[in-house]
Design a protein around this ligand. Sequence first.
Ligand code: IMP
Ligand code: MG
Length: 169
Amino acid sequence: MNLSREILKSEAEIAERVGVLGREITGHYQGQEVSLLGVLKGSFIFMADLAREIKLPTQIGFLEIIVSRKSEFLTEIAFSSSFHIEGRHVLILEDILDTGVTLAYLMQQIQLFQPRSLRICTLLDKPHRRKVDLQPDHVGFQVPDRHVVGYGLDYQGQYRNLPYLGFVE
Ligand code: IMP
Ligand code: MG
């Protein structure tokens, strides 16, 4: 698989859309603090840009989902550092929502910590691939069923630092 010459979204298109998302989120949580929780590694660039477009007090944290090698059912969530969930308005930031299996699991686990509210913001959405009933609250772009890279997204660990969104083929 190599990087395609095709561009899905340019840097300018991403910046414009992230600005709109920031205003949407700022409006939704008006007058309150929002706790942004990024899913590593894919969300790191999205978090950096979106957080600066949210004009509210924020708490920022990251987590990583660790899939055990022994059994695909044994999964663990590792928080990058202290992050308070109980009683907070938590907004999960994802790079891409595909089947939804990962996020459904994550939502279930986070609910156990009793957030005041729990919502999802995903940069990209592949709605046709969904296997579970999960509706993101904020979506950057809907994308076709192809492997997307760049702006944090990888293919076998590569291409996360591309400034735009592209494809591998
Ligand atoms: P799912 O929604 O549980 O199927 O998994 C979503 C995760 O798979 C995302 O958080 C990504 O890490 C990864 N993923 C799915 N589609 C793509 C893609 O097109 N490019 C890069 N990563 C992807
Ligand atoms: Mg991911």
